[in-house]
Design a protein around this ligand. Structure first.
Ligand code: NDP
Length: 448
């Protein structure tokens, strides 16, 4: 395990003590702290002003009851969360996740990551995350709508275009954002477009927001390839997941000349040596909310694996785009064995610390989510810009802006990694560049 700088050990111990049982949050904090040794050595003012200790404590944490009625007339109960982590750079910004695994530790890990990711984009947005242990899977549209309305009936009082602006994440796509926005508008009697991002195109959404996280991840990998005079052309790519991020990562890989040979859902994965048929995948996942097993049933030449790891499929580039800790040490060893040269995180923290170590030791280029998947939130910030000026940009213009942003994040990571003695290390580059931007803003704003 990489060692923590001596001055940061007590900070980490304090985080563990103050947030018991929140393993994912501890993991996310530790991963950032491991990069900060050379930064605190160079900038003692950060320690003097308790910047890192303050960064690890959310500014506000909201936990609330979400009662709703199912189609059978039964009252159901869920728990809602919003962790407003840091607003030094702008209004709180970060998605909502609806998944049965959601608890405070998951929301905090995601919110903490979001601070640095948002800082890395160079845009004026703070960090937050929220969600609920509600499981939309198998629920009717009516049930999802009633849940969203109940969730927003509490959450609305904490939101606002200058205060806190949620978006989607796992289990929260265009349908859920629509129901949430509808309820916000109804309660407040305000058409405040800038209060949520990921909206539909006819009611304040931005072109490219749906595609942004997946596209942005591929733009980032394109920059990594370019740095070694390579391209996607002819590369075999494995993408985990088959949700929003995965689908548009697959689309952009194919546009760039690569071939995605496997993707997955939480039940299993499909191997398709000819390349995933994206039209079929979209029709099954977006149209019918179906499963990867349905894909294989309709796609000759593909096969389905119910048990096992998608990372056993040989590839040149791996893009984990499903969920946290989905790529472990054994998976990383499989990837190394099959000759994989690049791993870039479309999801948040999908790679375990052990897996990152294995990849680094084998000199596999590794891009952490806070850099590689920042295209989603960056495009959300572009959506906020369009809402503020009551403008709407074309697809081409917005995609070009996204590509520029990903290019500059890549550049920022490499320059910073170089300046802090770890050339080519995207983890150090992303953590340090994101941290310094937030830390300097916090210094400027005083003890708040
Ligand atoms: P979606 O809900 O659209 O898709 C999630 C996908 O991951 C589904 O295919 C799902 O399968 C699969 N999945 C979820 N949990 C597991 C699990 N435990 N094991 C295996 N597969 C699983 O979510 P998104 O695509 O929006 O998000 C994916 C990741 O990307 C998350 O980590 C999210 O935080 C991150 N992210 C998303 C952004 C966005 O703009 N949407 C922005 C930045 C990061 P199943 O249907 O079976 O559950």
């Amino acid at each position: 395990m990489p060692v923590l700088d001596e001055t940061l050990i007590s900070v980490f111990e304090e985080v563990v003590r103050r947030n018991p049982g929140e393993a994912e949050f501890h993991q996310a904090v530790r991963e950032v702290l491991e990069s900060l040794g050379p930064v605190v050595a160079k900038h003692p003012e950060y320690a003097d002003e308790a910047i890192i200790r303050r960064l690890c404590e959310p500014e506000r944490q909201i936990i609330f009851r979400v009662p709703w009625t199912d189609d059978a007339g039964q009252v159901q109960l869920n728990r809602g969360f919003r962790v407003e982590f840091n607003s030094a750079l702008g209004p709180y910004k970060g998605g909502l996740r609806f998944h049965p695994s959601v608890y405070l530790g998951i929301v905090k890990f995601l919110g903490f990551e979001q601070i640095f990711k948002n800082a890395l984009t160079g845009m004026p947005i703070g960090g937050a995350k929220g969600g609920s242990d509600f499981d939309p899977k198998g629920r009717s549209n009516g049930e999802v709508m009633r849940f969203c309305q109940s969730f927003m009936t509490e959450l609305y009082r904490h939101l606002g275009e200058y205060t806190d602006v949620p978006a989607g994440d796992i289990g929260v796509g265009g349908r859920e954002i629509g129901y949430l926005f509808g309820q916000y508008k109804r309660i407040t009697n305000r058409y405040e477009s800038g209060v949520l991002t990921g909206k539909g195109l006819s009611w304040g959404g931005s072109q490219v927001r749906t595609e942004a996280t997946g596209y942005g991840t591929v733009f980032f990998v394109d920059e990594m390839l370019r740095a070694t005079a390579e391209s996607f052309d002819g590369k075999r790519v494995v993408v985990s997941g088959s949700g929003n991020v995965a689908i548009y990562a697959i689309e952009k890989v194919h546009q760039r000349g690569g071939r995605v040979v496997a993707c997955s859902d939480s039940d299993g994965y499909a191997v398709d040596p000819e390349g995933i048929d994206l039209d079929l995948l979209k029709e099954i996942k977006n149209g019918r909310r179906g499963r990867m097993s349905d894909y294989v049933a309709q796609r000759p030449g593909s096969r389905y694996v119910a048990d096992g790891s998608i990372w056993e499929v040989p590839c040149d580039i791996a893009l984990p785009c499903a969920t946290q800790n989905e790529l472990n040490g054994a998976d990383a060893r499989s990837l190394v064995r099959s000759g994989c040269r690049i791993v870039a995180e479309g999801a948040n923290m999908p790679t375990t610390p052990e897996a990152i170590r294995v990849l680094r030791d084998a000199e596999v280029s590794f891009a952490p989510g806070k850099a590689a998947n920042a295209g989603g939130v960056a495009t959300s910030a572009l959506e906020m810009q369009q809402n503020a000026s009551r403008d709407s940009w074309t697809f081409e213009h917005t995609e070009a802006r996204l590509a520029d942003i990903m290019r500059s994040i890549h550049e920022r990571c490499l320059t910073t990694a170089d300046a802090y003695g770890s050339p080519g290390d995207y983890v150090v580059g992303a953590n340090v560049a994101g941290f310094i931007r937030v830390a300097d803003a916090m210094l400027a704003l005083g003890h708040v």
